[in-house]
Design a protein around this ligand. Structure first.
Ligand SMILES: *Cc1c(COP(=O)(O)O)cnc(C)c1O
Length: 366
């Protein structure tokens, strides 16, 4: 197969050493060697979450972890406030509805981040404390928007609802301080900022969230987090884990800490800025508003006369460069350029050059 460079907001380009690790022979998942692997991975993940508590690994994509926190923390009939700022936030709300929760939406304009004042106003109105939980998206991959989780944290603490954070495309690539900001449930996955293959999701809970998991009414089995924690403390997972992905993730996390968290955050921020500047110079219009730009994905409308999906097709077919299209209300309208994964600044600039070339060909100016 022709080599492709992925600039998707997941899955991302995975370094050869990480891919090779996935080819290792299987081991017994009830062995000491597995316990050591699990311990290494969770120790490497804790600082990225900003937590000193248990980080649990689930054999699923990120959506499984989103469902796990809803299922373990809430039961049918409880009221949740969805603070969606795009398609992934809507997914979180849909999961809660599927579990019988009553979901109310706080509406944010397209391309904007969640406004702490708007959230504060809604939560202040909830004098009877009807809202049991708040669904948040740290980094909204469908619109290229990052929310200011440090600024939102005190608003949530003031109300006391349980906060659930989808940081699937944020964690690892940007700062998150779960314990300090006192978020209750945080989820992420292997195939985004940590630059590993897809197949493992991660979850961390606060002490008061763990308390809620004791409620017997919640519906769960495969994603029973109490059971996952019980096994994790014995160096195991309740069910057969995706061993190959864990081998790869182990190496990806070693590389992650070799680079350093601060350096990794800075790299994503710098790449995203290069992409935003490059696209704007070519006449693209950013979807994210100033101050709300994501470091991991840039979403932009192409210049007038350029069809997003045709551009994506020629980049893929002529250059082996894979960008993402629009999601939710935006299919065919935008392109999304991901900055995560094993890519260099040269790769990013090369992709921008390929876009420039394709635009010239489209406009007939070449
Ligand atoms: C990628 C992503 C997800 C989960 O996607 P999966 O395909 O289930 O891994 C959820 N939320 C956000 C913000 C994402 O970027």
């Amino acid at each position: 197969m022709r080599r492709q460079l992925l600039f998707l907001p997941g899955p991302v380009n995975v370094a050869p050493a990480v891919l090779e690790a996935a080819g290792r022979p299987m081991i017994n998942h009830r062995s000491e060697a597995f316990g050591e692997l699990l311990a290494r991975i969770t120790a490497a993940l804790r600082p990225a979450f900003g937590t000193s508590r248990d980080v649990l690994l689930l054999g699923s994509s990120g959506t499984g972890a989103m469902e796990s926190v809803v299922a373990n923390l809430f039961s049918s009939g409880e009221r949740l406030l969805s603070c969606a700022v795009g398609a992934f936030g809507e997914r979180f709300a849909a999961i809660a509805k599927a579990h019988g929760c009553v979901v109310e939406s706080l509406v944010t304009p397209l391309g904007a981040a969640l406004d702490p004042h708007a959230l504060a106003a809604r939560l202040e109105d909830d004098r009877g404390r009807q809202i049991a939980g708040v669904l948040l998206t740290h980094n909204e991959t469908s619109t290229g928007v990052a929310c200011d989780m440090a600024a939102l944290a005190p608003v949530l603490r003031g109300h006391g609802a349980i906060s659930l954070v989808d940081s699937i495309s944020g964690l690892g690539a940007s700062e998150f301080r779960m314990d300090e900001w006192r978020y209750d449930a945080v989820v992420t996955a292997s195939q985004k900022g940590f630059a590993a293959p897809p197949g493992v999701a991660m979850v961390a809970l606060s002490d008061r969230a763990w308390k809620r998991t004791e409620d017997e009414r919640s519906q769960r089995f495969y994603f029973d987090l109490q059971r996952a924690r019980e096994f994790a403390r014995k160096g195991q997972t309740p069910w057969t884990p995706p061993l190959s992905i864990l081998f790869a993730l182990d190496v990806a996390l070693q590389r992650y800490h070799d680079e350093g968290m601060e350096a990794t955050f800075a790299r994503h921020a710098r790449f995203a800025e290069i992409v935003r500047n490059g696209l704007e110079r070519m006449g693209f219009m950013l979807l994210s508003q100033p101050g709300a730009h994501s470091p991991t994905v840039v979403a932009a409308y192409p210049p007038a006369g350029v069809e997003a999906n045709r551009l994506l097709k020629s980049l893929r077919e002529q250059h082996g460069i894979v960008l993402a299209g629009g999601q939710g209300v935006l299919p065919g309208k935008i392109v999304r350029f991901g900055t995560m994964g094993d890519v260099t600044e040269g790769d990013i600039r090369g992709a921008l050059d390929a876009i420039a070339l394709e635009l010239q060909l489209t406009s007939g100016a070449a």
